[in-house]
Design a protein around this ligand. Structure first.
Ligand code: NIG
Ligand code: FE
Length: 398
């Protein structure tokens, strides 16, 4: 059934032909067959007419960095952090990513499927219409494949678009006292199996002191590339370890976090056109003050995407509207820059900019109708303005 959105106030989106941010006033949009058919002053009428009362329309969010395949939350760890322990101290004492492993290993596919599906409902309600989702809490061949199978099952039954990433290199599981042996397992068993099953598009590594070093990261991402998995990397989150330079050298599509990135790292990302995926929700949720130096990166020509990093430990938040609030307050991005970074640039980093990430004819009808008129009102209302309607593939979600 064709849907006719009338009486829209303004539309804010990237324009891929003119390669700039575009705002259009007083427009109408026709959605049909899951795509945007017409955008104009007065479009052909559809059967389903929705009066948008002069409100703002933006593309649905593309959240290009999440870890949604876990069983339970880690509230006890949160309690420890509130009483003064740092995320790193908790991780060193056996908590952190380690404490999510048993949950995933012992869960059935069905249990995980239900949890992940519910999380996808929440993403959609918050306006996220495309989400990148990583495995990485199983850390055995069987449990990593199970995590990716769960994502595959959910993406077949759920309206949201899910882009799967293999992240067996999230940390070292406790049974591997010899770290090299676990890297062997990733490269010799996990990556070939993931690739053979065709259940992931990307390979990601947590390249950080105490996790995977530069040589291990190189080996894993190179093996991924040889097996048709494109490289993304968690880089310079807590300390500068030269991971941003490595991301450029390995031609990663994205380097993520970058709270501690160096000037040389920034230059390397710009030179090789690696998207910097910035996750201010993590800084916030960790109670840290070290936000990534986005202004400097933009001045030096780095493309910025914004995402949630949704996970049970360091960023238990799914709201892209709240990420916009943080981006404006702490990354000094304008609301327009932040909106493009969380829609268009996220889509670019996922190689999906022809289908999603902007409001243009023939693209997927993935839209948010906000309960505000001007973009700045989205972030002026903390933790992010109300959403009136979300459309995914032309279907009204709520
Ligand atoms: O992106 N940085 C690595 N991994 C996650 C943390 C995951 C966890 O604590 O469970 C992150 O912040
Ligand atoms: Fe992450």
């Amino acid at each position: 059934m064709a849907t006719h959105l009338t009486n829209l106030g303004s539309l804010l989106s990237w324009d891929s032909k003119e390669r700039c941010i575009k705002t259009r006033e007083n427009i109408e949009i026709l959605l049909d067959d899951g795509v945007i058919k017409e955008i104009g002053d007065s479009t052909e009428k559809g059967e389903n007419i929705i009066d948008c009362s002069q409100k703002l329309v933006t593309p649905g969010f593309v959240d290009s960095h999440t870890h949604p395949v876990f069983l339970c939350g880690r509230e006890d760890e949160y309690r420890q952090r509130v009483s003064g322990m740092s995320y790193q101290e908790i991780a060193e004492s056996g908590g952190g990513i380690q404490s999510s492993i048993d949950g995933v290993r012992n869960a059935s596919v069905e249990e995980l499927r239900e949890r992940v599906s519910n999380r996808m409902d929440s993403f959609l309600e918050l306006g996220t219409t495309t989400v990148e989702a990583k495995s990485g809490y199983g850390l055995s061949t069987e449990s990593e494949l199970k995590s990716l199978e769960v994502l595959d099952l959910v993406s077949r039954s759920h309206e949201i678009d899910i882009v799967p990433t293999f992240m067996g290199a999230h940390t070292f599981p406790p049974e591997y006292s010899d770290r090299g042996t676990y890297v062997d397992l990733i490269c010799e068993e996990m990556i070939p199996a993931v690739s053979e099953q065709g259940i992931a598009k990307y390979c990601d590594v947590f390249c950080e002191k105490g996790y995977f070093d530069l040589d291990q990261t190189t080996r894993i991402l190179d093996t991924g590339k040889q097996n048709n998995l494109l490289p993304r990397v968690h880089a310079d989150e807590f300390q500068d370890s030269g991971a941003a330079e490595l991301a450029a050298e390995l031609e990663c599509v994205s380097a993520d976090h970058l709270m501690a990135v160096s000037d040389i790292g920034i230059r390397s990302l710009a030179e090789k056109n690696v998207t910097a995926t910035i996750l201010p929700g993590t800084t916030f949720f960790l109670g840290s003050h070290q936000y990534a130096p986005v202004k400097k990166m933009v001045e030096r020509g780095v493309s910025i995407a914004l995402a949630t990093d949704f996970n049970p430990g360091s960023s238990h938040l799914q709201s892209m509207p709240f990420v916009l609030v943080l981006a404006c307050l702490y990354l000094n991005m304008s609301i327009e820059e932040a909106l493009i970074a969380s829609t268009w640039q996220g889509a670019v980093s996922l190689g999906m900019e022809r289908q999603v990430g902007s409001i243009e004819v023939d693209k997927k009808a993935d839209l948010i109708i906000w309960d505000v008129e001007k973009p700045i009102e989205i972030v002026y209302s903390c933790p992010g303005a109300k959403i009136k309607h979300v459309f995914k593939n032309g279907n009204q979600i709520f």
